[in-house]
Design a protein around this ligand. Structure first.
Ligand SMILES: Nc1ncnc2c1ncn2[C@@H]1O[C@H](COP(=O)(O)OP(=O)(O)O)[C@@H](O)[C@H]1O
Ligand SMILES: CC(C)(COP(=O)(O)O)[C@@H](O)C(=O)NCCC(=O)O
Ligand SMILES: [Mn+2]
Length: 918
């Protein structure tokens, strides 16, 4: 077992003070009282900065009558700026798409300015987006409840460009002048009501044009928008944007439109049918007395349609009509049985009626769609509209019909934003908002809990503050567990040639509308995100090493995350001062995150293709949603201080070594210090057994080569200039740093210093937002400044890189003078707030810094193992991590927990045998 600190009794190991070289015990270990004091100090001095918009309640006032049940709360100082509302008012549902903008994510500080200057990034070089960062929201209401929808719009002032709109606040625009984009029949029917209630005029957009432009936009801009659904299996389809057209678009709303789409703005409505979603809901309501669409759909799950439908077997005395390939269980005539018996409606089970109706309509639409696809020689059919409602059985039935009639030649695909196509299209029709130019990597999908997208009684009025959000969430969690009825199991049957055979949909139960809410997240538009330019082949790049489609993997990681929750909640609550409010938020976070996990257990692909990195990011996003800005701030500061205190000793010792020993000690140091990982259960348990420095020393001591993956010698060969084989030093290295404390201070900074010493420019790449105990780009300048006090080289390099504040006065001159002698040390943010990194979505800063880089060092389990283990780059790459999870070590490396990975991949190297994907 290479490098495993647990091979010995752990207490012994930790208390074993045999010197391993650097780091003297006395200089660092602190008593628990000291620790408490440290904690307190850190709490007092911690700066809380959130780059996410927060709800600003200052100046909030209730508008109108105080006795109203849902008075509108005005938040004049709220920084989100809502603009561009678009409506699709259909026969059954009203769909809203609106955009909330917020200011630049983080302040344009000095570090950023110097980086922009150095890499030639100017605001002007970004594509001109009238809308910069912001979020796209999706909300629906029943058309019958138009008033609820109008209340929602009015409470959020969506029609006036949002509550923070300058025009509204300054009163320069009167409601009479406002026009909002609208499509669907209701744009005509209800124009007067909107004028009367909100004072706005509707700018009417053609419904078909909107459907098509909405579908084209979603298919182009969202990575996991389209999927197939066959026999209960959902599979995302990677749409090649250059090979999208032609396709058939079938929108199943109240009625059905069938459109042949040949390109952007090029389409023809080729057919339609009046038997659609309105038929199912309307007939179903009359026949079953159900009060809601969902209730009807839910009923179908306990139904047996053979009590209502006439089957081939009913006609042929229980036999198949084998001559033309019809099995006895094939439906010969939907509802056919109800004519031959002397029964009343009340003699039939509503469940059976609902299922029969659902199958009849879904199958019929599938069949008509196929015929139209055949008519135009189209292979791909995309289905949208809210009739589908993400319901497995409906999708399976449609897929079955398409597959069966086309003999597998045509493919039915569904869209995650199924019912919002028209509304998205209307939204897109605003001129010059720049969204049509948006690329897939500039949209980040998040699944907030507590932002209701459906109006109505479960969700109540629009949320005004965090308290409301928490209570909504509590209701959500309750509602989500109520509906668990299973889908009826299909009896085995042969496939009929002309009749209507049953699709073999398995498993899924109908999700509550609240839970289905999570199918469509809020889309964050971040126009500054880019694809990392050094990825060898961005098209085939897959960040996740572990694909959670494997259910046993999902179960395992699900459990790991749940077990980690109490500790995380403790830290989060403590980071906010342990107040009652913080405790309530902590509890709400735990519930929200558990609800997301439960949803994913039920349907792993609910939010798009799921990898471990997505789960870890979801956790961070959930924390942020409940306003936990930086849960590990105290720990990070404590560990930074302890590590900085021993850095001078370490640097001195390194300087006393020869080149070869030093390089080894440096890599060993990075690997050993990567043990400080508050996301790993095993490591957190370990921290109870000693001080930071004790654990660090123990970890170093256990470093034994060969490591589990050990390419050190190859890396050394490339790094060291040996006699005959003179190598040029690397020009620029990007160091993707991981954790705070020892990891960055005693591991990565000394390695950075070595590279600088060899003439390599160094860019430290750190998170934009906190995640676990990872160091952020904002925190690094201070850490580097402290370290620079003990090292002239670091100081000069940091000055040259614009990191040290003193040197900022005349940075341009300084850059010129100093860069000649000392290469710069710089810091850039990576654009993400997760322990992992998806290199398809990085900050423009990082993309710019990458242009001249010829070495990438990825450090830590999140960035080098969970993600990017199999990533191939255009330049040399070094992947360094300690594996702090037993199962992962076994699965990926046939090894053990605490094994170390040092993988060196020179540019252009063919895929290695030990590349893994599970
Ligand atoms: N909560 C709901 N209330 C009413 N109908 C619903 C609901 N959820 C799904 N549906 C289904 O969606 C259909 C409406 O789909 P939609 O795409 O919004 O069309 P339209 O624009 O015609 O309203 C309804 O006819 C019904 O079959
Ligand atoms: C979240 C992490 C990827 C962070 O690891 P790091 O990148 O800091 O090395 C890691 O802590 C992790 O995978 N934790 C869950 C596994 C466990 O608790 O064993
Ligand atoms: Mn980390």
């Amino acid at each position: 077992m290479a490098g495993n600190p647990s091979t010995k009794n752990e207490d012994d190991t930790i208390n074993d003070n045999n010197e391993v070289g650097y780091l003297k015990e006395s200089s660092s270990s602190s008593s628990s009282k000291e620790k408490e004091e440290e904690n307190e100090m850190a709490l007092n001095t911690m700066h809380r900065s959130s780059s996410r918009p927060q709800l600003d309640l200052s100046g909030a006032a209730i508008q109108g009558n105080f006795e109203e049940r849902n008075p509108t709360i005005l938040l004049p100082n709220q920084s989100d700026d809502i603009s561009h509302l678009a409506l699709d008012i259909g026969g059954s549902l009203i769909k809203l798409v609106y955009f909330s903008r917020h200011a630049e994510l983080s302040p344009d500080d000095k570090r950023k300015r110097s980086i922009k200057k150095r890499f030639g990034i100017s605001n002007g070089s970004r594509r001109s987006f009238p809308i910069l960062g912001g979020r796209l929201h999706f909300v629906k209401f029943e058309t019958e409840k138009l008033n609820e929808c109008l209340d929602f719009i009015s409470s959020k002032q969506l029609h006036r460009g949002g509550i923070d709109s300058p025009s509204w606040r300054s009163g320069t625009i009167s409601d009479d002048n406002i026009t909002i984009k609208a499509t669907g029949g209701g744009a005509f029917k209800f124009a007067d009501v909107l004028k009367e209630r909100l004072g706005v005029s509707l700018d009417k957009e053609d419904e078909m044009t909107c459907l098509v432009s909405g579908a084209n936009f979603l298919l182009k801009a969202i990575r996991h928008e389209a999927f197939t659904h066959m026999e209960g299996q959902k599979e995302f389809v990677q749409i090649d944007h250059n090979d999208l057209f032609p396709y058939l678009l079938v929108n199943i709303g109240s009625g059905v439109s069938i459109i042949k789409v040949d390109g952007y703005g090029k389409f023809q409505r080729v057919s339609g049918t009046n038997v659609g979603g309105g038929t199912y809901w309307g007939l179903g309501r009359l026949l079953t007395k159900c009060k809601s669409f969902d209730e009807l759909l839910e009923l179908s799950q306990q139904g047996d349609n053979s009590n209502v439908d006439m089957l081939v077997g009913d006609i042929y005395g229980g036999m198949d009509y084998s001559k033309i390939g019809l099995s006895a269980s094939t439906i010969a005539s939907s509802f056919g049985k109800t004519i031959s018996e002397n029964k009343e409606l009340s003699d039939y089970r509503p469940e059976d009626i609902s299922l029969s109706l659902l199958r009849m309509i879904s199958y019929n639409i599938g069949q008509i769609s196929y015929l139209n696809a055949l008519r135009y020689g189209l292979k791909r059919i995309f289905f949208g509209g809210f009739f589908i409602r993400g319901h497995a059985y409906t999708m399976d039935t449609i897929s079955f019909a398409v597959h069966f009639w086309s003999k597998g030649q045509a493919q039915a695909m569904f869209l995650r934003h199924e019912g919002f196509l028209g509304a998205v299209g209307a939204f897109m029709s605003y001129e010059k908002h720049g969204l049509d130019d948006l690329r897939v990597h500039q949209l980040v999908e998040r699944f907030p809990m507590g932002a209701p997208y459906v109006g109505g009684k479960i969700h109540g009025p629009p949320l005004g503050d965090l308290n409301e959000k928490i209570s909504w969430m509590e209701k959500f969690v309750q509602k989500g567990t109520e509906i668990t009825a299973p889908v009826p199991m299909a009896p085995p049957g042969t496939t009929g040639m002309g009749g209507f055979e049953r699709p073999s949909s398995r498993g899924n139960s109908l999700r509550s509308d609240a839970s289905a809410t999570l199918n469509v997240g809020v889309l964050h538009l971040v126009p500054t995100l880019e694809v990392f330019p050094l990825l060898d082949d961005p098209k085939t790049y897959e960040p996740n090493t572990i694909d959670l489609a494997d259910h046993s993997e999902l179960e395992y990681w699900f459990k790991v995350l749940l077990e980690h929750m109490p500790d995380l909640v403790d830290k989060a609550v403590a980071s906010e001062g342990g107040t009652d409010d913080a405790k309530r938020r902590g509890d709400a976070f735990a519930r929200a995150f558990s609800a997301h996990l439960a949803r994913l257990m039920e349907e792993p692909a609910a939010y798009g293709k799921l990898g471990l990195a997505n789960l870890l990011e979801l956790r961070e996003e959930c924390l942020r949603e409940f306003q936990f800005v930086d849960a590990y701030i105290t720990i990070k500061q404590r560990e930074n201080e302890a590590s900085l205190a021993v850095l001078p000793d370490l640097l001195m010792e390194l300087d006393g070594m020869n080149e070869e020993d030093r390089l080894l000690a440096l890599i060993e140091g990075v690997l050993a210090a990567n043990i400080f990982d508050w996301g790993s259960r095993a490591c957190v348990d370990l921290y109870h057994k000693g001080t930071i420095i004790e654990i660090y020393r123990m970890s170093r001591k256990k470093m034994q080569r060969p490591w589990r993956v050990d390419d050190f010698d190859e890396f050394k060969k490339r790094m060291l200039i040996d006699g005959n084989n003179r190598q040029q030093p690397y020009k620029r290295a990007l160091l993707f740093v991981d954790n705070s404390g020892a990891d960055v201070v005693l591991g990565m900074l000394p390695l950075a210093r070595e590279l600088l010493r060899r003439g390599t420019e160094v860019v430290l790449v750190a998170n934009s937002l906190p995640a676990l105990n990872d160091v952020t780009a904002n925190e690094l300048p201070e850490i580097v400044a402290e370290a620079a006090k003990h090292c002239d080289l670091l100081r000069k390099a940091a000055e040259a890189g614009g990191l040290l504040v003193d040197a900022m006065v005349s940075i341009q001159d300084d850059l010129k003078d100093r860069s000649a002698s000392v290469p710069p040390l710089m810091v850039v943010e990576n654009g993400c707030g997760s322990p992992c990194i998806d290199l398809r979505q990085v900050s423009s800063e990082l993309a710019a810094a990458a242009k001249d880089a010829d070495l990438i060092i990825l450090e830590g389990m999140g960035r080098a193992i969970h993600t990017n283990l199999n990533a191939r780059f255009k330049c040399d790459a070094l992947k360094l991590a300690m594996v702090k999870n037993q199962r992962l070590a076994e699965k990926l490396f046939n090894g053990n927990i605490y094994d170390c990975i040092c993988r060196f991949e020179p540019a252009g190297q063919v895929l290695r045998e030990d590349s893994v994907r599970i």
